[in-house]
Design a protein around this ligand. Structure first.
Ligand code: SAM
Length: 276
């Protein structure tokens, strides 16, 4: 392995890693380069989580403009020294509190950006939900996530991994699993295997209301859709109304949400909008 000496770097600045912030830093240079290459050249980059700044440096070398959102200010002295790029800026904040549409306007002059991140795994779902809710702001996402999460997001209906986020991911994006990354590529090594996935928003996709529509349909996974309280509340339909909706979509009345493909979910959403 062509290795970044992460421990030495941390020691030099008297730092240690914080497990509570999902700090597993990449030390394998070829993995870092694969992520940076997938992000592409000459565009706007929004990085989530700087760590010791290794990926940040590679990204800013290729970007027109790069911005990194990092929550941990302890890393600031190290990052200010190690990432001296004119076209790069840090924002010391919690990514989940960021308004991506406002950042797009303020930092990238309204242009779309590529999202890149070796994500802090403790908030993967929340970050993905934020990205999907702001899908008009970005044109590509290159994300390191837990391998199981990548498989779940890119899997088909009827599998045990299938979740609301699988439907939303496939309805909104073309997705590809780029690379599997074993634990020894990180410092400290996590207990799980990881994977880099690339998401690109589709040109024709449902509007943002689709996210809560699908989430309500998966709120009670074991229940039939027509008797799901969350789905009734979200659609404003009673049991009979939901049966009519399912029939109109050509779907069985006693089906559960996890049985539908993402195309079937899109059809249901479009029909439900016309019923209100
Ligand atoms: N990019 C680095 C790398 O590849 O080695 C660091 C990746 S590490 C898995 C995740 C990073 O996200 C850490 O630097 C951590 O401090 C930061 N982080 C954790 N929670 C965050 C949050 N809510 N908002 C922004 N950054 C966060």
């Amino acid at each position: 392995m062509n290795e970044i000496r992460v421990r030495e770097l941390l020691d030099r600045y008297g730092l240690s890693t914080a497990k509570s912030l999902g700090q597993n830093f990449l030390r394998d240079l070829s993995v870092l380069e694969t992520i940076a290459d997938a992000a592409g050249e000459g565009g706007n980059i929004l990085e989530i989580g700087a760590g010791v700044g290794t990926l940040t440096s590679l990204l800013s070398k290729k970007a027109k403009k790069a911005v990194t959102i990092e929550i941990d200010r302890h890393l600031e002295p190290l990052l200010i020294q190690e990432v001296p790029a004119e076209n790069h800026r840090f924002i010391w904040s919690d990514i989940l509190k960021c308004d991506l549409a406002a950042l797009q306007k303020e930092l990238f002059g309204g242009e779309r950006f590529t999202v890149v991140g070796n994500l802090p795994y403790y908030i993967t779902t929340e970050i993905l939900s934020l990205l999907f809710a702001s899908i008009d702001c970005w044109d590509k996402a290159v994300l390191m996530v837990q391998k199981e999460v990548a498989q779940r997001l890119l899997c088909a209906a009827g599998t045990k991994e299938y979740r609301a986020l699988s439907v939303i991911t496939r309805a909104y994006c073309e997705g590809e699993l780029l690379l599997e990354v074993p634990p020894h590529c990180f410092v400290p090594a996590p207990h799980v295997h990881s994977a880099v996935m690339v998401l690109e928003p589709k040109a024709n996709r449902p509007d943002e209301g689709f996210v809560s529509f699908v989430q309500s349909g998966f709120a009670a996974r074991r229940k039939m859709l027509c008797s799901s309280p969350a789905f009734k509340q979200r659609t404003g339909l009673d049991r009979e109304g939901i049966s009519v909706l399912l029939k109109a979509a050509g779907l069985p009345e006693n089906a559960r949400g996890e049985q539908f493909s993402f195309q079937e979910w899109i059809r249901l959403y479009e029909l439900a909008q016309n019923m209100n």
